[in-house]
Structures are given as structure tokens and as C-alpha cells.
Design a protein around this ligand. Sequence first.
Ligand code: TXA
Ligand code: MG
Length: 319
Amino acid sequence: MKAGTGADIQHAIRVLKAGGLVAIPTETVYGLAANAFDPEAVIKIFEAKKRPFFNPLIVHAASLEQISTFAGPISPVLRQLADTFWPGPLTILLPRKEAIHPLVTADSPMVAVRIPAHPLTLQLLQQLPFPLAAPSANLFGTISPTTAEHVQQQFGEALGYILDGGQAAVGVESTIIKEENGKINILRPGGITQEQLAAVLGYVPERTVKVQDQPEAPGMLKSHYAPKIPLVMGDISDLLEKHHDKRIAVLGFSRKYAHDAIIVQYQLSASGDVHEAAKNVFSALHTLEDSGAEIILGEWVPSEGIGVAINDRLERASA
Ligand code: TXA
Ligand code: MG
């Protein structure tokens, strides 16, 4: 059975109020949402995703005022960043209050929160009497969804409703930050770049969690975003020679490659624009993993701006 899909906010509200799951569009990727104040609804998220309980969820809210009911206090610098980038792809860690069950934060005293920028989801959040816990709407460890179709393919039956808000505009997940000893650190690179944060902070925030480290953001586990067939990153011309006996899919940044073994190729941005590449990267991986190819050969994008987040996802998709 397929879950209903559409833009009916009132229906989404009914499902959520009844403790069900609704896929929601955000500007980054689609989320798999439940009432963040209802632990029984939250458990359904972990079950549907097959996600380990040690991996905490981001709580999505309509306003700073609503956030103050379940998280905080918020320091002046975090407040400044929130005022600058919300609604938008920035997630901040704040002290958890009683209203949020420890299940949501995997027992951490900190809860990850953000106000997303998608108009449909903002309207939904404004009309709900509770915030929404929502991880990305994909099975644990697989490629993140940037369209309602991606969600439907993985979760047809488990969901009460899929709120269809079109293709995600940013395309990679939010940047997660934490304040430590008065300094802002980046736990996961994402839609808000290091440069954007630096422009507000007056210093360049450090990235403190790296792939394979003991995960402070457990979503930083190394084998994440894995396609069904191997993804090998590097110099595509060299890789083509090495893998010429296979049916090859190419994930290129801006140029095209010619080789008899290539059965399909995807350019993330023909004009070399990293924002366009971010918007396309998960869709490209979804398309290529189902293309009939045996292997995907990919190349890094320029490691600047949002390109850092793209390369992070590609690194973990190829782990
Ligand atoms: O853009 C996004 O952030 C999307 C959309 C749906 O908002 N959400 C998303 O959720 O990417 P998810 O669950 O796929 O990744 C959330 C990350 C995980 O790495 C998780 O470990 C981390 O956030 N996280 C959540 N709560 C945390 C907490 N209390 N402390 C540290 N890390 C946390
Ligand atoms: Mg995810």
C-alpha cells in the first residue's frame, strides 16, 4: 500500500495529532516527522527508519518562542546565529527541557533544534501545538531523500502521509553547531557554510567532529548515505581505466566523460555551480544506484562553501 501524498496540511495535522508519522518537506532534505512531545510517536520514527536508538533526532519548531518551551536557555551568540539564519539550514544544540523525552536526544542533556525554511512545513509547524522530531526520511544508512518520490520508494506503507513540497531547494542537510567554552564548533557541515558562520562570528568556526571520530553527532557514522552499488571517488579518467570491465555510472561535477564502459552519467552542475550540485547530489545517487550499473565513479566537487558538505556526504557514501 502506498502512503497518501499531497499538500494537505490539515490532513498532516490530523495524522500527527493521532501519533502517526508524516514525511515533511524541508529546504534541505525530507524529514520523517512525529510529535516531539510524544515518546510513543517518536519510537515509530526509529522503527520505521531502522535507526539505532543511540542516534538522536532534530526537533523542528515554528519559532524561538516555541523553542523556549522545550529547550534553552539560548546564549547571545547562538541567538544571533538563530536570528541570522532561521528559518534555514542551521541546527543548534541547546539544553533539553522536560517536555522533550530523553528518547529524542538519545539521553543527551542537549537537544538539536532548527526552524526549517520550507513554506509548507512552516505553516504546518505554526498550526501544530507541538514541535516535530524529524530525522531525514530514509532508511538508516541509505541515501537521503530530496523529493516526495524518494520517500515513497522507501516508506510506502509505514507512513500516515507524505506532504509533497517539491524538490528540496538546498539538497544537503543542515549544518549542526554547538557552543563549547564560548566558541562555536561545527559538528556536521551542511547548508549554512563555514564562511557564512564566520561572517557573523568574526572568527572561523572549527569542525570538531570528523568522519570516523567517536560520533558526537552519531549521524556522522562513517558508512552513511550508502548507495546499493559501490561508489568510488577519485580521478574519473584514472578510475575508468581501472574499472573498464564493469558497467559504469559516472557522477561528475561539471564535465562529461567519454568511455565505452559508461552506461549512464550525471553532471551535478554543468556550469560548475556548487549550489546546483548540492541540490542535485542525492537525486543523482538515487538515479545512479538504480541505473543497472555495477559501480559509480565519482569526483570531488570544489571544497568551498556548500561544496564542503557535498564532499562530506560523498566521502561517507563511498565508505
Ligand atoms: O537538514 C536536516 O538537518 C534534516 C532535515 C529533515 O531537518 N535532518 C537530518 O536529520 O539530517 P538526521 O537525523 O538525518 O541527522 C541529524 C543529525 C544526526 O547526525 C544526529 O546524530 C545529530 O543530528 N543530532 C541530533 N540530535 C543531537 C544531539 N542532541 N546531540 C548531538 N547530535 C545530535
Ligand atoms: Mg540522515
